[in-house]
Write a protein that binds this ligand. Structure first.
Ligand SMILES: [Zn+2]
Length: 126
């Protein structure tokens, strides 16, 4: 197993490395089976919208474990080809984090609780 889902210090549940990852390695491959149209996405509650990723013209309903990845202003992964890819070496036990500004719909906002020195507090979709 590559990752485990458990309680996070950042918010709710989080995803943690179950082994060491090298920079550039795929940490989580997204499940792309659940996609929505723009109209379908609009009907969702704020809580449900939290688990949407807007990327490359697709709206993806994130599944576990990808849906439990927390936002960080100092992330250790980024999104590439619908995968969370390590931005640096990640040690077993570290929480997997990502910058969500590229996943949010244009103009959408979310709060960030990452606790980094450079935390933006409010993340705005690009
Ligand atoms: Zn932050």
């Amino acid at each position: 197993m590559d990752v485990v889902v458990k309680k996070s210090k950042i918010e709710g549940k989080g995803v943690f490395a179950a082994r060491d990852f090298k920079k550039g390695e795929v940490v989580i491959k997204w499940n792309l089976l659940h996609q929505l149209t723009k109209d379908e996405a609009k009907k969702l509650s704020e809580k449900e919208k939290k688990y949407l990723a807007h990327i490359d013209g697709k709206i993806i309903v994130q599944q576990s474990p990808a849906k439990y990845v927390n936002e960080s202003c100092n992330p250790n992964t980024h999104v590439k080809n619908f995968c969370d890819v390590a931005l640096r070496n990640i040690k077993k036990g570290e929480e997997i984090t990502s910058d969500f500004s590229s996943n949010l719909g244009p103009g959408e906002t979310m709060k960030c609780n990452c606790g980094s020195k450079n935390c933006r507090k409010i993340i705005i979709g690009k």
